[in-house]
Design a protein around this ligand. Structure first.
Ligand SMILES: *Cc1c(COP(=O)(O)O)cnc(C)c1O
Length: 361
């Protein structure tokens, strides 16, 4: 008997998402700097809150996430009514595509854009479209030039992954003002916290009806394994997304962990302080070794080698030293390695390994 049913068009075009590698044959405890995770682990306050929530595991979680939304609102100065919580910001990206883009529609993002945009667009039956960047920096004019009457969603991460570069808010104010009424601008704020003095576009969301911001607990908050993120959007968009969100998408445990983490302002401030200092040290150290590196506004740096072969050789050498970084080949950057900023001793290991690599290269 053969199977006659086929998936909807687009689904079989999806290449599986590749996460950062996490194990290394021959190394029991490799140094994992491949997924932009927090090198400090989860905040202890979040771990306690989750342990306590686990005693209520037999109860269904609440469906409105009111307590978490209130906490996010308080800490970040946001309106809780404009917040929707998801299973990572990935779910918010998915919900946006499911709600607004379908067959015949286009989903637009920059050349080196995050892999989930393509996956979510195809899963919704829409066509992914990319616009060129200029030297690894998003070009909002190129984005605007690529907009057609079929464009429904534009995803731009700022700061961007895997480049670490960012644009000033004014670029998005101008872009949002120039867009036709038939599409939404989504500012992916996975790395907003690491960019000092930048609100991720929150005020722009409040001022306009065509801008959405996404945020996550997976990076500075150290909860990538718990899967919590949120969207900040005009009320009409929230009302649409809420209709298709699973009512119990976030567990009791995830809700409790995220709420404790967002309220742990001191822990987060210390993580940010160390990241900024270490990011500068890693960037400087790479440049001293003759490895080019753009100024990063996130928790990783993108090391640029002469060509793909040299990047592969550096990657192999790092692996031989028990260090896993990310080769962003699928992002159109085969000559680069993306290195998550670790603790001071982690970054020492990276710089020592690359110094040895340069010595033999
Ligand atoms: C890490 C990352 C996310 C976060 O995904 P979660 O689902 O919240 O873990 C979103 N966008 C970009 C660009 C990222 O790098």
């Amino acid at each position: 008997m053969s199977l006659f049913i086929e998936p909807k068009p687009g689904i079989l075009d999806i290449a599986l998402y590749e996460g950062g590698q996490s194990s290394l044959p021959g190394h029991v405890a490799p140094l994992k700097l491949s997924s932009n995770e927090s090198p400090f682990g989860p905040p202890p306050s979040a771990v306690s809150a989750m342990a306590e929530a686990a005693t209520m595991a037999h109860r269904y979680p609440n469906t409105d996430h009111a307590s978490l939304r209130a906490a996010i609102g308080e800490v970040h100065g946001l309106d809780p009514r404009r917040i929707i919580c998801g299973v990572g910001s990935d779910e918010i990206i998915t919900l946006l595509c499911q709600a607004y883009a379908g067959p015949g529609d286009e989903v637009l993002y920059p050349e080196h854009g995050f892999g989930m945009y393509r996956i979510s667009a195809l899963a919704a039956g829409a066509r992914p479209v990319t616009a060129p960047e200029v030297d690894r920096v998003v070009d909002t004019q190129a984005i605007l030039d690529a907009v057609t009457p079929r464009t429904r969603l534009i995803f731009i991460a700022n700061p961007a992954n895997p480049t670490g570069t960012m644009l000033p808010l004014s670029a998005f104010e101008d872009l949002a003002a120039a867009l036709p009424e038939t599409c939404l601008l989504v500012l992916d704020g996975a790395y907003v916290e690491f960019a000092e003095g930048y609100d991720g576009g929150a005020r722009l969301v409040e001022a306009r009806d065509n801008v959405v911001m996404t945020r996550t607990f997976s990076k500075v908050y150290g909860l990538g394994g718990v899967r919590v993120g949120f969207g900040y959007a005009p009320r009409p968009v929230i009302e649409v997304l809420t209709r298709i969100r699973g009512p119990f998408n976030l567990s009791n445990i995830a809700l409790a962990g995220a709420e404790a983490a967002v309220r742990d302002v001191k822990w987060v401030a210390e993580a940010l302080r160390v990241n900024a200092a270490e990011r500068a040290r890693l960037t400087g150290g790479l440049r001293q070794l003759g490895i080019a590196c753009d100024e990063s506004h996130a928790n990783f740096v993108l090391a640029r080698f002469a060509d793909e072969a040299e990047a592969d050789a550096a990657d192999a050498h790092l692996k031989s030293q028990g260090i896993i970084v990310r080769a962003p080949k699928s992002y159109g950057l085969p000559q680069c390695l993306r290195i998550t900023v670790g603790r001071p001793q982690d970054n020492d290991r990276v710089l020592d390994a690359l110094t040895a690599f340069r010595g033999v290269a």
